[in-house]
Design a protein around this ligand. Sequence first.
Ligand code: HEC
Ligand code: HEC
Length: 372
Amino acid sequence: MDSHQEIEQVKQQLTSIISKLILVIGLLVFTLLSIPLIMYYQDLPSKAKISKENITSAEIDEDTTLYWTSLNIDNILDKNQKELASYGKELIMHTAKYLGPKGSVLKMSNGLNCQNCHLQAGTAVFGNNFGSVASMYPKFRARSGSIENIHKRINDCFERSLDGNSLDTNSKEMRAIATYINYIGGNVKKGEKAVGSGFKDMDFLNRAADPKKGLSVYQLKCQSCHQANGEGLLNADQTEYVYPALWGNHSFNDGAGLYRITNFAKYVKYNMPQGVTHKSPMLADEEVWDVASYVLSQKRPHKQTPNDWPDISKKPIDHPFGPYSDSISERQHKYGPFQPIVNLYKQKNNVYNYWLEVYVLQYLFLCFPHLL
Ligand code: HEC
Ligand code: HEC
């Protein structure tokens, strides 16, 4: 090989390295330039969603959605199963009679009935119904960081919403409640959510919810039933609430789902005052958020939950207890404004997605240079 050939070879190698370098730089420039595009397109669906959520009451009247309706336990053929499911339904409607402070079976909870929050024995559209339980459980829940079966989920509400103890999984009461809930949702496909289950979404306020304004809403729109001190009203023999407690010793504790203001607000907007449905809300959004902040600023039982949210980045925006994966205050996480928190998380997500794309492209290039 003469020196001329050697020079040619080095030249060729150099051009190949340089062209690869140019490609890498080109790719980097391309991905950098695509940031605004990626962000723009990722924003589109959420923009569409927000405008769809702003439906007017006229549009609600024309709502032709087929909402989930529960199966009727009277149709259960097996006599024992039917009896068990009916007992389960009875326990959900009149929990306190059996398991409350004066419970005839066990004294293990605060006096609320499951039905106070899961309206019409857990069958009401957007009344926090049980339509998606049979179809979705067992499922992973970020709060516990584990896969929860229906028994664990039921006991979650006993320990938090009913500020009580858990039921033995093999007890007749637990089997009855689980049988009832599983049966009524048996018409929903496994893995799918029932239409109208849980709560109906509502818009955020562009300010923090205000407990002071909430007090006057409370006095005007809630107090006649739930009483001035939020302690509710018991029936004559004190076995069950006519109007359940909203705060104080007999209310849900601060580890409960309803202690999160978005859940509380959605429940109230489409279910309170008593008789309101998702088709006939009575309170304006502002009244709802403010009264929610008023009720949630009152005293209630505290629950130690050191094992909740093992991955703090999965905490919902309105989880009222730190630490958080952001630097937003506990107060803002409790009362809002929430849109800035949503925007921050979206932005974080976009930046994360962008760098993921850059790394994938570079990885592809390094592993398969001949592809380029
Ligand atoms: C103070 C209100 C309240 C009471 C009382 C209550 N719950 Fe709940 N329950 C909730 C809320 C709120 C959720 C949804 C929480 C969330 O997703 O963060 C929920 C969720 C559930 C779920 C899961 C639903 C799903 O689709 O994932 C089950 C099952 C359940 N509750 C059972 C019960 C049972 C059984 C009782 C009575 C022992 C009960 N609850 C009493 C408020 C309550
Ligand atoms: C006409 C009486 C009445 C009025 C007024 C009323 N509620 Fe209720 N509320 C009830 C009844 C009854 C229940 C239990 C529902 C059931 O068991 O079917 C309930 C349940 C609740 C619950 C869930 C159970 C609990 O104890 O935590 C909340 C939260 C609630 N109401 C909030 C409010 C708020 C806020 C207002 C005012 C905007 C209000 N309610 C106005 C009668 C009323």
